[in-house]
Design a protein around this ligand. Structure first.
Ligand SMILES: NC(=O)c1ccc[n+]([C@@H]2O[C@H](COP(=O)([O-])OP(=O)(O)OC[C@H]3O[C@@H](n4cnc5c(N)ncnc54)[C@H](O)[C@@H]3O)[C@@H](O)[C@H]2O)c1
Length: 425
């Protein structure tokens, strides 16, 4: 097998600062837009970021229509509803205002309204057909209101594929927003649980991309067009991921508590974008791959702060609940990287042996989870040993991410990892 020798580094343009949202109209005008679809969820629709966005677009003399029916943790069915609206409206630009659910829905609406096709056409193989996007999309500006998924920087749109009982996604550079407007004023109203879950998603993005299989150990693609968006760890992604870990360590606890201020929120939003630049090119691995069935098979868990009309294990929670078990097990593949991540989290790793790398990193993550009142493992969100077969079955097809694990994981390994993630303290 020939190995990869090339990596690429792509990201959205980023505009950062308090009040930056008010410049979205000018940005759209610069892009030549006339009719824009603004995509958001029903809760964020009632908040200042959407009002500011609509005002700014109209003040620039442009038309804006609002789609406010994004589903929290979107599904194939909810994507279809947004795609239908986008297709009928013949928009020449999109603005997503919200968390990852809104940004990902806008990406899918833009894709299928521009290149109409059966949903599975562009969905990752082997779940979908994984065909490359045929060409450029309409410009999309993403304005995150969580900190966050980093979706404002990535070419990825994730949805819950209902008949599979697990999440999957569409990943292609063409989906990447042209710009992310990162404005600390927009996360002021985030409920503490949303701040904690989305902040832990940032942390896992950064650690997973730093510890992912190096790009040179992936098989070479059949051609440049078949090179995946998630390419494996590489020297440029490493810088962004490492800095994101430092920033999360310094800010996450304060950002989720009563003392949060715009400075702390701004640092978490920047960390989210930094991690997005890192994982958007390097990729994530097992904590994310295993999170897709954890989210998809939810029974009746309903955390505070999520205005969802359905049970939900929020994305960041479903990821972080797997993370300690995974890093304990993957550390043997690249212990220095796992120790480096623990050091970035503030753990004193001087003199620590490589055989302790996994435990040290896992314990550091568990410490943060406890400070943020996360559930104590998968058992605390409704799963037990009897669910492990289904959780493994939902993880196995997630090749896009599981193949980036630094240590190859077969069904028996995944069983052990899910069992190891049931209870942590
Ligand atoms: N595309 C990517 O690269 C990527 C990366 C990670 C996660 N994701 C996906 O993103 C989704 C999760 O996104 P998320 O964690 O950002 O949250 P979200 O968009 O699902 O929103 C979570 C909750 O917070 C509320 N909310 C959001 N911003 C708020 C604010 N400022 N004030 C008050 N309430 C607010 C929403 O209404 C909702 O109830 C998942 O579907 C996940 O799979 C995508």
């Amino acid at each position: 097998m020939a190995h990869e020798t090339i990596f690429t580094m792509d990201t959205s343009s980023i505009k950062y600062g308090p009040g930056a949202t008010r410049e979205v109209g000018e940005e759209l005008r610069r892009l030549g837009a006339r009719r824009t679809l603004v995509v958001t969820d029903p809760t964020v629709a009632r908040l200042a970021p959407v009002a500011t966005t609509l005002d700014a677009i109209r003040a620039a003399g442009l038309e804006a229509e609002l789609f406010d029916r994004v589903r929290i943790e979107p599904t194939d069915a909810s994507f279809a509803e947004a795609i239908a609206v986008a297709t009928a409206g013949r928009f020449d630009a999109y603005v997503a205002v919200g968390g990852g659910s809104s940004i990902d829905t806008a990406k899918a609406a833009n894709l299928y309204a521009t290149y109409p096709a059966d949903l599975l056409t562009y969905v990752n193989a082997p779940i979908g057909r994984g065909e490359p996007v045929p060409g450029p999309l309409k410009p999309l500006i993403a304005i995150p209101t969580t900190a966050g998924t980093g979706s404002e920087t990535t070419g990825v749109a994730i949805f819950d594929f209902l008949e599979l009982g697990a999440k999957t996604g569409i990943a292609h550079r063409a989906l990447r927003p042209v710009m992310g407007i990162v404005d600390p004023e927009n996360t002021r109203t985030m409920p503490p649980t949303v701040a904690a879950c989305s902040g832990l998603d940032v942390l896992s993005h950064a650690i997973e991309s730093l510890t992912a299989l190096p790009y040179r150990e992936r098989p070479a693609p059949d051609g440049p067009g078949m090179r995946p968006a998630y390419q494996g760890s590489n020297p440029i992604s490493d810088l962004w991921s490492a800095q994101a870990i430092r920033m999360v360590a310094a800010n996450i606890v304060r950002a989720c508590g009563p003392d949060a201020d715009d400075e702390t929120r701004g640092q978490m939003l920047l960390a989210s974008a930094f991690a997005g630049i890192g994982f958007g090119n390097a990729g994530v691995h097992l904590p994310h791959g295993m999170s897709y069935p954890v989210a998809g098979l939810v029974r009746d868990f309903r955390p505070a702060g999520y205005d969802a009309d359905h049970p939900i294990v929020p994305h960041g929670m479903s990821v972080i609940l797997n993370a300690p078990a995974v890093f304990r097990w993957t550390a043997v593949a690249n212990p220095a990287r796992h120790l480096y991540a623990a050091g970035l989290l503030g753990v004193d790793v001087v003199g620590v042996g490589h055989d302790e790398a996994g435990t040290i990193l896992a314990d550091a993550i568990i410490g943060i989870m406890r400070q943020l009142d996360m559930p104590n493992g998968l058992g605390a969100v409704g799963y037990g040993p009897g669910d492990v077969d289904a959780l493994v079955a939902g993880t196995l097809p997630q090749h896009r991410v599981t193949k980036l694990s630094p240590r190859p994981a077969g069904p028996e390994d995944l069983r052990a990892l899910f069992l190891g993630a049931m209870t942590y303290w």
